[in-house]
Design a binder for this molecule. Sequence first.
Ligand code: GUN
Length: 297
Amino acid sequence: MTATRIDGKAFAARLRERVGEHAASFEKATARKAGLAVVLVGEDAASQVYVGAKGKATLAANMASFEHRLPSDATSEALMTLVQQLNEDDSVDGILVQLPLPDHLDEQSIIAAISPDKDVDGFHVINAGRLSVGQAGFVPCTPLGCMMLLTDRLGDLSGLEAVVIGRSNIVGKPMAQLLLDANATVTIAHSRTKDLAAVVRRADIVVAAVGRPQMIGKDWLKDGATVIDVGINRLPPEPGKEKGKLVGDVAFDEASEVAAAITPVPGGVGPMTIAVLLRNTLVAAHRNAGLEAPADL
Ligand code: GUN
């Protein structure tokens, strides 16, 4: 079998297109744009790239982008004051504080200061709680994007065996919750799981979010499995090259011999994250304006 490549890049482009159209309708209906505020503390190179990309994507989707940059030695009070101002600003529907924060700032207490109704990352404990009891809230962007790819590919997930490898608050745990809500039978596996390969071999759906380059080979996979690879790992550079190749947690070529469908890295899950962030922001804007969010978001 040669697996179908799940084209997250194309799916994300279509979602961004829909968000842009609905954002234009939102502006017509409310005489204001939906707005996303992104806060970056410090000079982390990767974070600067992500924040720049988020700002551009927000503008391209007919929404307002507010970027706030604080120096790497910003105090917790300064960051809290900014978050509080954004909570109170009616032109801001979504707030994202780019992680990781510098070591002297406590991520959990900063996230806790964001209004849960503007927490478009879905990181606030209120939103984690809402997800776990089935109330409408905000779901972290990466697992929600994975879920969109899975339901697009498989339709009804009822009764399927799903194994999520990784138990982070940002990906693994919310992913498992979403799969459970879709009536899959869910196992969360992690670095201490005994005979991980045997556990993964049971799965109709594998979601890999461990951060270990190409850990999951073809002998870990059941014939016909659907594989979602959340990993983004850079291999050491080959001789004469400046940068190493980007790979996922799954050995793509050999896994493709066994799986029915698989996301590539890059071009799979990665592009979904920003698209879902825009989607969450527009949903937030509708809720904040007392409007029902469009059903196809
Ligand atoms: N850093 C890397 N990815 C993310 C994300 O999705 N949200 C936030 N806030 N920070 C990140």
